[in-house]
Design a binder for this molecule. Structure first.
Ligand SMILES: [Zn+2]
Length: 344
């Protein structure tokens, strides 16, 4: 983050210099402003920034630059002050990042019977979840808000740059065996014996069960560099709890009935939301809860709530494949790392 902030400072200084230039020019000549295109790359990613050529110099809007860097900018009219920050400006609030899995050319799992794509259900649930959390006063960022292709490495970069307090990645499952059904939560491996993501998974289990879904267990999967899944690994590397929810198997007829309408996706989002609230507001929470509702009195159950973890991770392990999967995971993180029976 330090490095990112240094970049921002450099941008601000440039902006200040630029501003002086404009003022000087305005004194004695007419400003000629023309649109201008530049090929700008930020952290290896092409940035589509509008440039303005003013009297021969190219200028960019500070907001465009800051947002392209993954930061946030706020303007305080009363104080005439610009604030650039690594999180939405409203200090003290918990910042939750919601990741809608897949997107764009990466459709994720597909339900053959209904042509329902995982990427669309993920986004729908993620958006509903975001709205619920925002309504409760939490600050929410999303890795994507439309049907765009986003590599796992890009999602990992977003985590490293924005440093949220909590990450929920919304996915739905598929299997070579269409009879498989039920929900999993993928947790960070260091929490296998208990920890934040295990606690959150306990709440998720209860909430999923409350809306009629069978819970198959928590998945903890270790790769050669820590967490097997890139998203969880990136988050763990900077101490952020992150889970991936796999609420249902999109190609299983029974599970499909839990996700095939807006209302049902709303119910799933509500279940995740309630689990997140319980997680953040339970006594063990290290986060500033947005209110004091101490529903978390039951959190003792959370640790109990994952007795299936052993079985689940064994299931997901598919041992013979592990080496190969790990190798591909080195390159691009998440989905190549899926066990054979879990299609990305
Ligand atoms: Zn997926």
């Amino acid at each position: 983050m330090k490095r990112g902030l240094l970049r921002i400072l450099a941008v601000l200084m440039l902006a200040a210099l630029v501003f002086t230039g404009i003022t000087a020019a305005a004194d004695d000549e007419t400003l000629i402003v023309r649109p201008s295109k530049h090929n700008i790359e930020i952290m290896g990613k092409k940035a589509d920034l509008e440039a303005y050529n003013i009297n021969g110099y190219n200028y960019f809007k500070l907001r465009d630059v800051v947002e392209a860097l993954g930061f946030y900018v706020a303007w305080d009219d009363a104080l005439q002050k610009i604030t650039v920050s690594d999180r939405p400006v409203s200090s003290g609030s918990v910042f939750i990042m919601i990741d809608a899995g897949h997107g764009g050319t990466d459709a994720g799992a597909l339900s053959k019977s209904t042509q329902l794509y995982e990427k669309d259900i993920n986004l729908s649930v993620a958006e509903k979840l975001s709205e619920m959390l925002r309504a409760e006063g939490y600050i929410v960022g999303m890795t994507r808000t439309e049907d765009e292709t986003l590599a796992v490495t890009e999602r990992m970069d977003m985590i490293l740059m924005r440093r949220p307090d909590l990450i929920i990645s919304v996915h739905h499952n598929a299997s070579d065996d269409a009879s498989r059904s039920g929900a999993y939560v993928l947790c960070q491996v260091d929490d296998r014996e208990g920890g934040r993501t295990t606690r959150l998974a306990g709440f998720l289990q209860e909430e999923f069960e409350n809306i009629g879904q069978t819970y198959l267990g928590n998945v903890y999967r270790r790769g050669s560099r820590g967490d097997y899944y890139g998203l969880l690994r990136a988050a763990a590397s900077v101490g952020i709890p992150a889970v991936i929810t796999e609420f249902a198997f999109i190609d299983n007829p029974t599970d499909l009935k839990l996700i095939d309408t807006e209302e049902k996706q709303e119910a799933e989002a509500r279940a995740i939301y309630t689990a997140v609230m319980r997680f953040l507001q339970s006594p063990e929470s290290e986060y500033g809860a947005s209110d004091d509702t101490a529903e978390g009195g039951e959190s003792g159950e959370a640790d109990e709530a994952s007795p299936d973890e052993g079985g689940a991770s064994d299931d997901a392990g598919t041992d013979g494949e592990e080496e190969t999967d790990d190798a591909s995971d080195e390159d691009d993180g998440y989905d190549n790392g899926y066990p054979t029976w879990l299609r990305p």
